[in-house]
Write a protein that binds this ligand. Structure first.
Ligand code: UDP
Length: 240
């Protein structure tokens, strides 16, 4: 499949048309941003890792019965995906308190929840992706009631599968962000699943001492070893 004109350039990816109107090619960059684009940088090799990891996750989830946008990996940085209409919601699932949740509700990072939680943000850079609830999403016509129900079910199913998957790699899945799209009348999982969009903590590193982050928090919080963290996750995914 060949890249045609560029349709879009985002913070971490470019999207190109293909000869098939149902498909686009996503091209992963090494560019990193945080805090709604205020912090910018490069994480060398990130594009390759995020592309390959995301594809691996999407294929794992497909096998578990969760529909995704994944079609075919072309090379290290490029993947063919279904051309979806993105639902303008950032869907965040959390298992353990961290980041904005800890700040907003005054809960220490690392506090284990009784049950996983879900939240929606309205995907809108100008507004800084404000937190919204189901009723706001409905009122703003961002998704239908049925779509919201489907998205919730799928997001929790993704969480269960991913917790189990990462447990085997000795990694605790703290929280993550998903995006969904509409494709031929169906809601499918879209965007990416990578250390850019998930918090991964070294298992057992955090109940007694401070946690070890293997994700974009190393970039956001200037913890150092950013590339090493991405490489470590990738190494475990590859089974060595
Ligand atoms: N996240 C993301 N994109 C965003 C905001 C959050 O991928 O624009 C991910 C983030 O990596 C983390 C989870 O969603 O795994 C929850 O993030 P949080 O709301 O705590 O925001 P943060 O502390 O990252 O600002």
């Amino acid at each position: 499949m060949e890249k045609k004109e560029q349709l879009y350039e985002g913070k971490a990816k470019k999207v190109f048309a293909t000869e098939n109107p149902d498909y686009v090619i996503v091209s992963y960059k090494d560019d990193a941003t945080a805090f709604n684009g205020l912090k910018k940088g490069t994480i060398s090799g990130k594009g390759v890792i995020n592309n390959k990891m995301s594809n691996m996750m999407m294929q794992m989830l497909e096998k578990k019965g969760i529909p995704t946008h994944f079609v075919k990996e072309i090379d290290d940085r490029n993947t063919v995906v279904k051309k979806v209409q993105i639902v303008p919601l950032e869907v965040i699932i959390r298992n353990v308190a961290a980041g904005s949740f800890s700040k907003r509700y005054g809960v220490a990072e690392g506090t284990q929840f009784k049950a996983p939680t879900i939240e929606f943000s309205y995907k809108n850079d100008d507004l800084g992706d404000p937190l919204i609830n189901d009723y706001h999403a409905l009122a703003l016509n961002l998704a239908s009631e049925k779509e919201i129900e489907t998205i919730k079910k799928m997001a929790f199913a993704v969480n269960s599968e991913m917790i189990a998957f990462f447990k085997k790699l000795n990694i605790d899945l703290i929280d993550f962000k998903l995006e969904f799209g509409r494709y031929k009348g169906q809601i499918v999982l879209a965007d990416e699943i990578s250390p850019d969009t998930c918090r991964f903590w070294e298992a057992g590193s955090w109940d007694t001492t401070k946690h070890v982050s293997l994700d974009k928090d190393r970039f956001r919080r200037d913890l150092g070893g950013v590339e090493d963290a991405y490489n470590e996750i990738f190494k475990r995914l590859m089974g060595d």
